[in-house]
Design a binder for this molecule. Structure first.
Ligand code: PRP
Length: 219
């Protein structure tokens, strides 16, 4: 009997960019997950199914073995303190995690002189680690979105958030002042499945790796 594999993906940019890669690796859902409210999808491979969940839940599903493989942003992985394998940088959904602040504040601000900051972010652990490593004390305010609003209404002085084009910062008169991390999406795996379903996992991981290399060779 062959082992069944479940791959966890998140709606949005990760799904849009991962589906073509999976297709190139020979894995195609029988129904387009972008056009369905279903959460589980069969694929053309009888022993592989996809589950579509929230981005922040992908590492949890993989860590606990509800999914054998998953695709998760490095930002989410940095926040998730759990046992799983980060196998392969897929180089998709690229952006950067930055400290940003109002333009006016930045004009006379020197990050080297920071000693105590009030930060609004969704990335509480990552931000705490980043500033602690620099010896900067922080009061972190957890938000779930629209971080850019926080400095404009006096909730925080600065934010830690993802920046892609920079349009959201510009539209809100904020500027990037410190680089926290470069972000892209990674193929992740459940550690028990790597042993217990070794053959099926390796075959699937190799197919994805080959598809990625072929894609990079064309680019
Ligand atoms: C992300 C991020 C920024 C924005 C950056 O938000 O949190 O707000 O994209 O992109 P840009 O530099 O190209 O403007 P998203 O739209 O994912 O929603 P969120 O606020 O719920 O995180």
């Amino acid at each position: 009997m062959t082992d069944r594999l479940t791959i966890a993906l998140a709606k949005g940019r990760i799904l849009d960019e991962t589906l073509p890669l999976l297709a190139a690796a020979g894995i195609e859902p029988t129904v387009d997950p972008r056009k369905s409210r279903k959460l589980i999808f069969d694929t053309n491979q009888a022993d592989i199914q996809l589950v579509i969940i929230r981005a922040s839940d992908v590492p949890t599903f993989v860590e606990f073995g509800a999914a054998d493989l998953g695709v998760s942003g490095k930002d989410t992985l940095m926040e998730h303190d759990g046992d799983l394998f980060e196998l392969l940088d897929l180089g998709i959904a690229k952006c950067r995690l930055m400290v940003a602040e109002p333009k006016d504040l930045a004009m006379n601000d020197d990050p080297d002189s920071w000693s105590r900051l009030r930060i609004a972010t969704k990335y509480v652990s990552t931000a705490r680690r980043f500033f602690a490593a620099k010896g900067i004390q922080t009061e972190i305010i957890k938000l779930y979105g629209s971080m850019e609003l926080a400095p404009l209404v006096g909730l925080a002085d600065r934010i830690v958030d993802l920046v892609d084009t920079g349009n959201t910062l510009r539209a809100n008169n904020l500027v990037e002042v410190e680089h926290v991390a470069d972000i892209s999406s990674w193929l992740i795996a459940n550690s028990a499945a790597m042993k217990l379903k070794h053959e099926r996992m390796q075959a699937t991981i190799s197919a994805i790796r080959d598809a990625l290399e072929a894609q990079d060779a064309v680019a």
